[in-house]
Write a protein that binds this ligand. Structure first.
Ligand code: SF4
Ligand code: SF4
Length: 327
């Protein structure tokens, strides 16, 4: 295991990548924020919510370095040095060790032992730390929220920041009694973490940035991004988006598109977080806006706000929208 001094030296010219797996409502994103707040140098964190509902698998990513030039990217962490898993049921559902560097640390809220975990994830070249965070959460906090407790286990095997700095970050974020209880839970977690060290450390000097084209090789048009950033593909409609999840059912508004006013500027297409702006390739060979996918549009209203000609408006949901997707 690397010491705090070794981490400090390495972080002068390198980045630590951390990925946190949780379920919606368990506080994985808060944990990633706390890491950045507790770190003495520079840090960024981003969440990935997926289906955006309680219990759905979520991911959050953290990059930390003493060199601010190295923590500017905002993409997902594909090659983490540390992975924290807040919910043990995710072990069998998600490939939590995807991209985890050889010698990296898998830190899990579980009562399973190292052998069980290695059997589940199919890796013997990584270090494992386990903590019964659920029990500690119920004992100390009185509710099953394990996000701060897993950070105690992280500190035990990866002293990237100090427990005092983490406690300060928690006191700033939470108020009153609950803040003190979280700090107590972290200290208990540091004591109780089971460490299975294989004697290898993650190589922080390894370049972990992966060009996104290599990550999603099947994304339509990924080879032709040089065409002014516009995605072209052979099919008539760009078939991307959360087609597995009817995210539109959560929205409060139907978004209404006015074809007459629309100038085809595509700003709404770029800003839509759920790929719910439908475009089709016309006879002129260019892509044109064709409507809004109401099955997936979740009423965030980004498109309405960005449209420069007010071609998008909204109305409270009341049956089929006039801007329905083509059949
Ligand atoms: S409101 Fe607009 S930007 Fe938001 S999800 Fe719907 S189509 Fe996309
Ligand atoms: S932002 Fe407005 S004008 Fe531009 S493509 Fe979308 S609806 Fe049309």
């Amino acid at each position: 295991m690397l010491t705090p001094e070794q981490f400090k030296e390495l972080l002068k010219d390198n980045v630590i990548n951390l990925r946190i797996h949780a379920r919606g409502g368990q506080g994985g994103v808060t944990a990633s924020n706390l890491c950045v707040e507790a770190f003495y140098g520079y840090g960024v964190c981003q969440p990935l919510f997926g289906a955006e509902r309680m219990g759905s698998p979520t991911e959050s990513y953290v990059r930390l370095s003493a060199n601010d030039d190295l923590v500017r990217s905002n993409e997902q962490v594909y090659s983490p040095h540390f992975v924290c898993v807040l919910d043990p049921s995710l072990l069998g559902e998600i490939n939590v060790t995807a991209g985890l560097a050889k010698g990296g640390w898998l830190i899990v809220n579980t009562t399973l032992n190292q052998e069980d975990i290695q059997n589940i994830v199919g890796r013997t070249d990584i270090n494992v730390a386990t903590i019964d965070a659920t029990r500690i959460a119920l004992e100390v906090l009185g509710r099953n929220i394990t996000n701060t407790i897993i950070l105690g286990a992280l500190l035990r095997v990866g002293p990237i920041f100090t427990v005092e700095a983490l406690a300060d970050a928690i006191m700033r974020r939470f108020k009153g009694e609950i803040a003190g209880k979280n700090v107590a839970a972290i200290k208990q977690a540091i004591e109780e973490t089971c460490v299975y060290d294989i004697g290898l450390d993650p190589d922080l000097t390894m370049d972990t940035k992966i060009p996104w084209q290599q990550v999603f090789p099947g994304l339509p048009g990924f080879k032709e991004l040089d065409k002014a950033g516009v995605w072209y593909c052979d099919e008539t409609v760009i078939e991307i988006g959360s087609n597995q999840v009817n995210t539109g059912s959560w929205g409060e508004w139907d978004m209404i598109w006015d074809e007459e006013k629309c100038t085809d500027c595509a700003q709404c297409w770029y800003i839509c977080p759920d790929f719910s702006i439908i475009r089709e390739k016309g006879e002129d060979g260019l892509w044109h806006m064709k409507g809004i996918d109401i099955l997936h549009c979740k009423s965030c209203q980004n498109c309405l706000e960005i449209c420069p000609v007010e071609a998008i408006s909204k109305r409270l949901k009341q049956g089929p929208a006039s801007c329905a997707a083509p059949e």
